[in-house]
Design a protein around this ligand. Structure first.
Ligand code: HEC
Ligand code: HEC
Length: 149
């Protein structure tokens, strides 16, 4: 008996939650009982055009697709183009020298373990309209604005 009344209380709570949720701000853009059309998965920008960095130490974003580029214990597909050895064949920019340094600043013959998992720092960009406008101000613009004062 107790169990059923608890269950019906939960039911009432759920129903009223459903009623209230219509006023909650959401990016769902449809009532809770309507299944909106699923947006298409956006395409990865594969233009091969290297992008400007927001500041000198920024890991550059990836200007090509990375589908099925395996990076694990046994293989690092990225390094098959970006390593010092492979750049003459791939014409890819070599990973910078920091990628060959250990934490004490010694230079190694091969990629440092600290830089092995490329996607920790480098990401692709998607061909989409951003939900919010980017208000980032480049240091050059800041300096220019400052010198005009
Ligand atoms: C088949 C060769 C190849 C593979 C594999 C590859 N890349 Fe590249 N990558 C390139 C080339 C060539 C460029 C130069 C721009 C272009 O042509 O896309 C580039 C550009 C980049 C850049 C931009 C560098 C800059 O200065 O703007 C980054 C970052 C990058 N790749 C990261 C990666 C990562 C991370 C992976 C693995 C997930 C990877 N790449 C796998 C060939 C490759
Ligand atoms: C811990 C973060 C981190 C990881 C992991 C990492 N990178 Fe980078 N990468 C950076 C940063 C920061 C820069 C820019 C400053 C520099 O060169 O150190 C950079 C620069 C680059 C560049 C441009 C080099 C140049 O001289 O223009 C390429 C290409 C690149 N990384 C590829 C890779 C690839 C491929 C891997 C995986 C094998 C990788 N990175 C792993 C942080 C990282």
């Amino acid at each position: 008996m107790k169990k059923t009344s608890a269950a019906s209380l939960l039911f009432v709570l759920l129903i009223s939650a459903g009623a209230f949720s219509q006023n909650i701000a959401t990016t769902r853009n449809a009532a809770i009982d309507i299944e909106p059309e699923v947006p298409k998965i956006s395409r990865v920008d594969n233009s091969d055009i290297r992008r400007k960095r927001a500041y000198p130490m920024q890991p550059p974003t990836i200007p090509h697709k990375i589908d099925s580029y395996q990076v694990d214990l046994n293989a690092n597909k990225c390094m098959s183009c970006h390593s010092r050895r492979q750049t003459p064949d791939s014409q890819a920019p070599m990973v910078s020298v920091t990628h060959y340094m250990d934490r004490d600043g010694n230079f190694l013959a091969d990629i440092s373990a600290r830089r092995y998992f490329c996607n920790q720092c480098h990401v692709v960009q998607h061909d989409i309209k951003p939900k919010l406008e980017n208000q980032f101000v480049d240091i050059d613009e800041l300096l220019r604005a400052g010198s005009q004062r």
